[in-house]
Design a protein around this ligand. Sequence first.
Ligand code: SF4
Length: 314
Amino acid sequence: MMTTMNKTVDPESQEAWPKVDGLHVIDTGPSGRGASWWENLGRCPQRWAYDYLNGTEGRKPSSAPALIKGTLVHIGLAHFYESVRREQEGSLNPSLVPIHGPVAAVHAKARLEAGEDHTNPWHKYADTAAKAVERYVQWVGPSRQPEIIAVEKRYEINIPLVEEHVGAEYARYSCRVDLVAKDSNGKVWFTDHKTTSGQVNATKKQGFTLSLQFLGLMRIGRMIYGDDFGGTMINLVALTDKSGEPIRVKPQMAPWAVGCFDQVLLDRAFLLKGLIDQERPLHSWPKALTEQGPCLDRYGPCPYTMRCRFGPGE
Ligand code: SF4
């Protein structure tokens, strides 16, 4: 709980969303114990330790252009769908706070991240993202919207297998779902927005996914909604392609990987607990040390490359 001058604010409530020019900006930030947390632990425990044990948990998003543009488009789409949800709800709910429109929200987010420094990449990419959001609203706005249950909804569950073997503190798994909607058959779907800098192409996303993010969405969706859970959906949005009408793609889930999900988390939790119980010094966690993979991924070099090359002082 956060305490303001007069009252306590639930961090999950709309009131906790930051404000720019008197209007709120929806929180689309990390869910805490989500796919990135668990993926990073599996990819390179050393990078995980620097990120999460070094007082940098909840750090600012990377300055990689693709991440900034993706975050800004997410913000715009979140504000679009939240306004649709409110329209569908139709009643005056006193817990609703005033929010920016979809395009204005993109620029508000840039100001939240970079203040008035217009040389900062957040402002540099805000125009591109705002145009993508504007096109999206023009494409999608006039069509019939599904019944929207929630926008940027955070869920958290405990994985029983992990809790049983390693303890409850290692068993949490969370996610923030971009859009939770119900179809005409009453099935609930978790939709994830993905921006693409090239052409919108459904075939790119049709492999049997091994993504921990989507496996986790399936796990949480089934646990919370049971038989009413329809599955996951990717909403592919063009960043710059003016002719790129957004499309929905249903990712094919790798069946063996779905069944292994809890065991994968258990193995990572065992590793983590072992290292913490050993009181392993911060600079001596297991390192991936690969030319690619976590040391050099599509967002650029790992931020701790110099430490791994030349030592902790770098
Ligand atoms: S440079 Fe490579 S080994 Fe070092 S922390 Fe980063 S990902 Fe891990």
